[in-house]
Design a protein around this ligand. Sequence first.
Ligand SMILES: [Fe+2]
Length: 170
Amino acid sequence: MGVEEMAVRLARLHGGDIEKAAFAGRYHDLAKNFDQETMDAYIRKYDLPEKLIGNNALAHSKVGAAILKNEFGVTDEEILDSVRYHTTAHKGMTLLDELIFVADVVEDNRTYSDLDYYQDLAYRDLDRACLEILEYTIGSLTSKGKEIDKDTLEARDWVFNKIKETENGK
Ligand SMILES: [Fe+2]
């Protein structure tokens, strides 16, 4: 079961839009396997930030969204955002953003040792899954001395506060 199926499963569990989740899940990685030359050409063609040049891990989500918009004619900003931010997350995520971000990490083809834990968490509590994935990502990048995208740091703070506010409201 890949990202599309996981996104649909999570959408069913958390009351998301099934069709949007399926579509975004199917196409979120459409630019993933572009070679460097192709990726960089798209970055320039669609005036995407210069910092994406040479960084396919980050660029494929932005380029994918640009292609869906400009070449597939996708106009739904919610779908475009969920593709655009599926690698970094961002503050103010919609339900669809969270579904795609989390589905990408917990789909069945992933092989890391805590997969069962994160799947179970994603089924039960999408915000908490988001937070724990973001904290893991930030910790992992920090320990490798890699730069952390501003959107990722803001997403972590945002979802942390969202969970706190929800708990206080109970
Ligand atoms: Fe991706």
